[in-house]
Design a protein. Structure first.
Length: 145
């Protein structure tokens, strides 16, 4: 040890063998290549076996025949795509929200319910306030409990 060196900062010079690391790296590369070749060979065997056992289409099968309705969106035979359907749906909903019209009531309910644009409804609620139930209606609910 040199007189100028402090023993705390000294290190062992024979700990790591550079040739050992290089040999390990070469062996690892070769092993990786061998494994890749084995997997490639295994997949080629699987493909050849799958081709042998693949079922042929029945003699009366017609490939151009579509399944019955309803068909999944985006599949062959379906006329529209999901993005078009949602765009049309949103346009229809916005048209209903922003227009006047009659609300179709189920059978047995009172007819004559009208739909108004949502902005007009908001203005009416601000101007008139929310409707409050009659006092006797709340008393009846608490009595029946």
């Amino acid at each position: 040890m040199n007189e100028n060196e402090h023993p705390i900062h000294a290190h062992e010079e024979s700990d790591v063998s550079a040739s050992g690391i290089i040999k390990f790296g070469v062996a690892l590369t070769i092993a990786t290549g061998v494994v890749c070749l084995l997997v490639w060979g295994l997949f080629s065997i699987f493909n050849s076996q799958a081709a042998k056992t693949e079922r042929r289409a029945p003699p009366l099968y017609r490939g151009d025949r579509l399944p019955p309705e309803p068909r999944l969106q985006g599949m062959p035979g379906h006329q529209s795509f999901p993005s078009e359907d949602i765009r049309e749906f949103r346009a229809q909903e916005n048209a209903e929200l922003n227009s006047y019209g009659w609300v179709i009531q189920p059978a047995g309910q009172q007819p004559g319910v009208v739909r108004i644009p949502i902005e007009e409804a908001k203005k009416l609620i601000v101007a008139r306030g929310l409707p409050t139930p009659p006092a006797n209606a709340t008393q009846k609910k608490t009595m029946t409990r």
